[in-house]
Design a protein around this ligand. Structure first.
Ligand code: UD1
Length: 340
């Protein structure tokens, strides 16, 4: 298939581009580089051994989006592009709703006008909100999220479901990621957050490489085995493979839209993750326990049964693989991707 990957220069997008190319698909990337560097694409091309055309377009610009679809033919779209920082979304909700919803609407309108029949969407376990019982299952009906970022995922899932119901032939897979971490085993591409990382794994990697003094563990008085929060971490390579599996499953799907959890089904605590990272680095890392972070849930993980039975997909890499690959990437690229 000829696949348009929006946000293909980002962390998960770039790994998915490699998996798509390795599975024999032709990939075209659209990215506005607002949270990624163009130098990512050179690494993706050298790792894949293929030229990957890139369009530097902001998808909220409906005219430019339309022009892209008028000039190129796509069999499918994998939609990653979007703003994704939870804290920033609380401070700037309108920017998040404007960007994430407008870009999705431009894309869906262009897909409808040009009869593109397949869509895979980058959703998140955040759509299960604060009340869903764990493990999270896709048939839980009361989706809501505590942050504007998360609400954009809930709304986009709904918009896509309505569009699929109204468009003959359109099939949509909504992929609800748990906590993606790790990097390509080559150490050439990985997560490159701008500024202070919000998430655990890139923060740990920056402590290990000496860019940050110490990890602050956000609370150790949760009702979990060691008192720190538990999450379902999965390797970004497994996650990328999940996108390829979903894309290839769409035509066989009975319903126009279907959600799939992409997770391992196992929780790992913050302290367990710290110690796994210490094993990868080969020394102890400094940390202290601080107060809880507002909005954090004690523990959640996926029920990944649906993805296993329907997509034939299963997360295979271990926590130690995730840490070793993150460390290979971070130690080889202490400043992330080069700027130009
Ligand atoms: C967060 C978002 C989630 C989003 C996901 C994207 C929140 C509340 N949730 O998930 O909506 O989809 O990122 O990857 O922000 N931790 C520390 N110290 C740190 C950083 C994190 O102790 O410096 C702890 C957190 O308290 C949490 C765990 O590590 O228990 C994982 O945190 P993080 O990587 O930010 O992911 P989530 O909060 O699960």
């Amino acid at each position: 298939m000829r696949v348009l990957v929006s946000g293909g220069a980002g962390y998960i997008g770039s790994h998915t581009v490699l998996s798509l190319v390795a599975s024999g698909h032709d990939v075209v990337v659209v990215d506005d580089f607002s949270n990624s560097k163009p130098t990512v694409m050179g690494r993706v091309e050298s790792l894949s051994g293929t030229h990957v055309p890139v369009h530097a377009i902001d998808l909220t610009d409906a005219e430019k989006t339309e022009r892209l679809f008028a000039h190129e033919r796509f069999d499918a779209v994998v939609h990653f592009a979007g703003l994704k920082a939870v804290g920033e979304s609380v401070a700037k909700p309108l920017a998040y709703y404007r960007n994430n919803l407008d870009s999705t609407l431009s894309l869906l309108e262009a897909m409808r006008r040009h009869d593109v029949p397949r869509l895979v969407f980058s959703s998140s376990a955040t759509v299960y909100g604060e009340k869903a019982p764990v493990p999270y299952r896709e048939d839980y009906d009361f989706l809501s999220s505590s942050s504007p970022y998360g609400q954009t995922k809930v709304m986009i899932e709904r918009i896509m479901a309505d569009a699929a119901a109204a468009t003959d032939g359109l099939k949509v897979a909504l992929l609800r990621y748990f906590n993606p971490v790790g990097a390509h085993p080559s150490g050439q591409i990985g997560e490159d957050p701008q500024g202070i990382p919000n998430n655990l794994m890139p923060f740990l990697a920056q402590v290990a490489v000496g860019k940050r003094d110490k990890l602050v563990v956000f609370g150790d008085d949760y009702p979990t085995a060691d008192g720190t929060c538990e999450r379902d971490y999965l390797h970004v390579e497994d996650l990328a493979a999940g996108h390829v599996a979903a894309l290839q499953h769409l035509d066989a799907m009975a319903e126009p839209v279907r959600a799939f959890n992409l997770g391992t089904g196992t929780g790992t605590s913050v302290l367990q993750m710290l110690h796994a990272f210490e094993r990868a680095v080969g020394r102890e890392l400094p940390y202290e326990v601080g107060p809880r972070r507002a909005g954090d849930l004690a523990a959640f993980w996926a029920d990944p049964t649906r993805a296993q039975t329907e997509l034939g997909w299963r997360a295979e890499k271990t926590i130690d693989d995730m840490c070793a690959d993150t460390w290979r990437w971070q130690s080889a690229n202490p400043q992330g991707f080069p700027g130009a």
